[in-house]
Design a binder for this molecule. Structure first.
Ligand code: SF4
Length: 324
């Protein structure tokens, strides 16, 4: 009696009155599905857009970044486990309804609002209403997400989403099940839906020693991206740092990071990047037409920019992205 099923993400939690979902933030209250985190972010920061990472979307701009407690994935390596693996009762939360978030974004000179750190899927209603209010004021919206979401709510949210960095954690279902307590196919479907609906998408793959660092894993992932998302989708390889339940592993060796960068190029991807390795040549953007460095970066800082009005200033060819 009064059991409800949450259809927001592929976990489809069955909730009896008083139950919490697997994400810890959605509950059945008297037969109605309620979110416990609407208007109550536990993390609020102004970040460079490069930190998301988004390298082809309004470079050097600032993103007003918010997250609530909870997550529908439970990744063993989570970098934000102190908030993602907690219910909202165990985090320090702000009272910040959507219109205040938009006001703060304007006050702090941010061109976008980023729904990030934990996964915006689980604070869906809050992200949705904030995104809608942001567009009314000319502020853009960015999702930083594992994209473990059902198609219907995703399509609705895409109406107000301008860019996304999707964490493509691996390319096998086995990896998703063991590492994240999730499955692969809904993530692949979500990536393609976002691209189809005109969201600017960049992908991130965290390379974890012994888990997904073999050449065949990286090549298979790049092949899927090339074939399905296309060669122009930026592919960020991120270096693992021991965290949460994987403190026993070493950081990803630099030679593995460099090899991933090379493999992506061999597989035809135009914009592979190496993250969490400051000073690596894979921090920069190279023109796929003339091979020159067109955006040089140091950490999140841009030190040289040769993309003007979306074109390489050397060869004048257009560079995919959202530049203004
Ligand atoms: S969003 Fe939360 S409650 Fe809903 S199905 Fe996913 S894990 Fe379960």
């Amino acid at each position: 009696m009064n059991t409800i099923i949450c259809d927001l993400c592929p976990k489809h939690c069955r909730l009896r009155p008083g139950d919490r979902g697997n994400c810890r933030v959605r509950t059945n209250q008297d037969g109605k599905l309620q979110t416990l985190v609407y208007g109550n972010p536990c993390a609020v920061h102004v970040d460079p857009i490069e930190k998301k990472p988004l390298f082809h979307f309004l470079p050097t701009s600032k993103a007003f970044s918010i997250a609530t407690a909870g997550c529908n994935l439970h990744c063993k390596y989570c970098q934000n486990w102190q908030i993602s693996q907690r219910p909202p009762e165990e985090t320090n939360n702000y009272d910040m309804p959507p219109e205040i978030v938009v006001e703060k974004a304007i006050e702090t000179d941010c061109q976008s609002i980023a729904y990030t750190y934990t996964d915006p899927v689980i604070f869906y209603e809050y992200a949705f209403d904030t995104s809608k209010a942001a567009h009314q004021k000319g502020i853009r919206n960015v999702l930083v997400t594992a994209a473990y979401i059902e198609q219907k709510p995703l399509k609705d949210l895409c109406k107000y989403t301008d860019a996304a960095n999707v964490d493509l954690k691996g390319i096998t279902d086995e990896f998703y099940r063991k590492m994240s307590d999730a499955t692969l196919q809904p993530v692949l479907d979500a990536i393609l839906t976002m691209i189809k609906l005109g969201v600017w998408v960049e992908l991130t793959n965290l390379i974890v020693p012994t888990w997904n660092d073999q050449e065949k894993d990286i090549r298979q992932l790049c092949r899927w991206v090339y074939k399905n998302a296309g060669p122009d989708v930026p592919m960020h390889f991120s270096r693992f740092w021991p965290q949460h339940k994987l403190k026993n592993l070493p950081p990803t060796p630099l030679k593995v990071m460099s090899r991933a960068w090379e493999i992506a190029k061999e597989e035809g991807l135009h914009f592979p990047y190496v993250g969490n390795v400051p000073g690596h040549p894979g921090n920069n953007t190279y023109c796929p037409h003339d091979g020159k460095i067109i955006i040089r970066r140091r950490g999140y800082m841009i030190t040289e920019n040769h993309v003007i009005n979306g074109h390489c200033t050397f060869c004048k060819n257009s560079i995919p992205g959202v530049w203004s």
